[in-house]
Design a protein around this ligand. Structure first.
Ligand code: PEP
Length: 265
């Protein structure tokens, strides 16, 4: 698993005007993406269309921060996955800020995961326990419930393409850092849960990220977690200076293939 590509996605949340977002995307578009790393950015909805044009012919991927579960109709204010089709390759689903501030339920999230695949978009499906749940030793139960309910409408093939981000709620935007053993435990739990529900192939193929106060200083140690495929980054993704070193750390965590010099053969 350690030889797999790494994925780093920057969640810009509700930051930047369209002008600021496009200007920042333009700066990232000029960067050299390390070998073995996929990099995505998740700007605010109004900037997606323009940024998708800026990112054309760069390796950078685009993620929407949200998408509705119905494709069209009388849903005032919503943006459907159908509208995102062809613009963003990924969509965040079940982010803790939406679960807890906007009260999105596991059922709602399940329908969003299905809507994403129906429209050819990969969901970045976020799971994680609150501080109270952690203190009450409910982390395993929370992860198991969120995964079984959130993925219930997907086929094993779709699950194998899903990105699951373990984001302990107590570590998001707080500066609180999960320890390596917390992340390792969650990664193992998520893979076991997916394997039990969808089989060995899906369990080993599913992409698992960690997110929660990741910085350029701690990214390298998180990336050493066995079975972890990358990082979902919030606050530290808001500037080139704090985000790109995390992308570079992901590049350094990918084992270098031994290149054989043709002349030496
Ligand atoms: C996030 O928003 O997904 C996140 C992990 O935020 P932060 O890195 O700021 O904790």
């Amino acid at each position: 698993m350690s030889s797999r590509k790494k994925l780093v996605i920057g969640n810009w949340k509700m930051n930047f005007s369209v002008r600021q977002a496009t200007s920042y995307a333009g700066k990232l578009a000029g960067k050299q993406i390390p070998v073995g790393v996929t990099v995505g950015i998740a700007p605010q909805a109004l900037a997606l269309s323009e940024i998708s044009t800026i990112l054309q012919k760069t390796g950078l991927k685009l993620a929407a921060q949200n998408g509705f579960y119905k494709d069209e109709g009388a849903f005032t204010g919503e943006v459907s996955m159908t509208m995102l089709r062809g613009i963003s390759q990924y969509v965040l689903v079940g982010h803790s800020e939406r679960r807890h501030i906007l009260r999105e339920s596991n059922d709602f999230i399940r329908e969003k995961n299905a809507a994403a695949f129906r429209n050819g978009i990969i969901p970045v499906f976020c799971v994680g326990e609150t501080l109270t749940e952690r203190h009450n030793y409910h982390t395993n139960q929370v992860l198991s419930d969120q995964i079984s309910l959130g993925l219930a409408d997907l086929t094993a093939e779709e699950v194998s393409k899903t990105v699951i981000a373990y984001e302990p709620v107590w570590a998001i935007g707080t500066g609180e850092q999960a320890g390596p053993e917390d992340v390792q435990h969650a990664v193992e739990k998520i893979r076991t849960e997916v394997t039990q529900l969808y089989g060995e192939a899906a369990g080993s193929a599913v992409t698992i990220l960690y997110g929660g106060s990741v910085t350029k200083d701690n990214a390298g140690s998180y990336l050493m977690t066995p079975g972890l495929d990358g990082l979902l980054v919030g606050g530290a993704s808001l500037s080139v200076q704090t985000f790109w070193p995390i992308v570079e750390a992901a590049g350094e965590s990918v084992p270098k293939k031994i290149t054989v010099n043709k002349k030496e053969r």
